[in-house]
Design a protein around this ligand. Structure first.
Ligand SMILES: *Cc1c(COP(=O)(O)O)cnc(C)c1O
Length: 357
């Protein structure tokens, strides 16, 4: 690439590094909050036979009507609210941001938080304001309220539960933010299957509330399907920014099929929640770890005496891939994040860890 061409790229884009995903090879994958279980074999055959009829020569239904109706019922979206589907919830974050982006406008979120909020702010040319969480990872309400007053953010993102810390913010705090904010407040419920609490039933109470879900963490990360619920007035505008046919025909058929068999995913989520408790208790027995309570399908630990990089590498050598957050710095210094796997995977992980520590 000529130097001249590179000069065209905005400096803030040049300063970014691309979202890095390591190649897991044969490692046990406890790094990306995926559901470790696959579809039962008898369902795989039924699913394939539905896919066999997919009209690949045609554009998909642009409104994904059948799937949207199923999601509305399954996720108990209030009838007054509108729904929009995205190619993963990442795309929905991008659509919301693109709809409001003006230079000088701000996106605010607690820090540490989900990295895509900041990345997408930069993509669309908005300023990102990260408000530090308290030491126990709860919201620092005086800082949040002061930040809202000072910056008047167009959007506030609150991951509920938060990634990478795993905790649920206090409900009353979120309501206070909804009341204080003049901009939009997106409650990102990516981990809903493991948290079992939601702001979906409050959509009618707040005009500025948007609730976001995804099927990724419940066991369909490969499909790329996110869901946004909120007021009709707002979603009508967002829908103009959505690229036509963003939900492909294979995803529409597969997600509809999966939600018709939602009981399977609910059983899987229940066993992940059980395994989360087992893993939490095991991690708690390690003196050198601070272990943080989680309402998600992962657990964050901090190594009190350091050595996160070494433990991460040693686990990899023993065949287990987790997420090393040490390089993020700040409150995540010496932190590791472990996704809850199957009972067997969690055993292998704990045994390998105990040999290393
Ligand atoms: C994983 C995650 C997402 C991304 O979900 P996709 O639907 O897979 O794009 C969104 N928000 C949070 C907080 C997440 O952890």
């Amino acid at each position: 690439m000529s130097k001249q061409g590179l000069q065209l790229i905005r400096p803030e884009i040049q300063a970014l590094s691309a979202y890095h995903v390591p190649d897991p090879g044969d490692l046990i994958k406890l790094d990306a909050m995926e559901n470790p279980y696959s579809l039962p074999e008898e369902l795989v055959q039924q699913w394939l036979s539905e896919l066999a009829d997919a009209p690949l020569n045609r554009y998909p239904d642009p409104a994904a009507k059948q799937l949207t109706n199923k999601i509305r019922q399954y996720m108990e979206v209030p009838s007054e609210s509108e729904l929009m589907l995205g190619n993963g919830s990442d795309e929905l974050i991008q659509i919301i941001a693109m709809s409001v982006a003006r230079s000088g406008q701000k996106i605010m979120a607690p820090d540490p938080g989900f990295v895509m909020y900041k990345m997408i702010s930069i993509f669309v040319g908005m300023d990102y304001i990260g408000v530090p969480l308290k030491d126990d990872f709860s919201l620092d309400m005086s800082a949040m309220l002061a930040g809202i007053k000072q910056h008047q953010p167009a959007i506030i993102f609150l991951a509920y539960p938060n990634n990478p810390t795993g905790n649920l913010f206090d409900e009353a705090d979120i309501i206070e933010i909804l009341n204080a904010a003049e901009g939009l407040v997106v409650v990102d419920e990516a981990y809903h299957p493991f948290a079992c609490t939601s702001f979906m039933n409050r959509l009618n109470d707040f005009e500025n509330l948007l609730v976001m879900r995804t099927v990724s963490k419940m066991g369909l990360a490969g499909l790329r399907l996110g869901v946004l619920a909120g007021s009709k007035i707002l979603l009508n505008e967002f829908d103009k920014v959505r690229l036509p046919y963003n939900i492909n025909v294979l995803t529409q058929i597969s997600a509809l099929f999966a939600l018709q068999h939602a009981d399977i995913f609910e059983e899987q989520a229940a066993s992940i929640r059980q395994q989360r408790t087992w893993l939490f208790n095991e991690l708690k027995t390690i003196d050198d770890f601070d272990v943080y309570p989680s309402a998600a399908n992962f657990i964050l630990v901090r190594l009190k005496k350091g050595g996160a990089n070494q433990v991460f590498e040693a686990l990899k050598k023993s065949g287990v891939l987790i997420k090393n957050l040490n390089s993020a710095g700040g409150m995540l210094t010496e932190c590791l994040r472990i996704t809850v796997g199957t009972a067997d995977e969690n055993q292998v992980f704990i045994q390998a860890l105990k040999k290393i520590i």
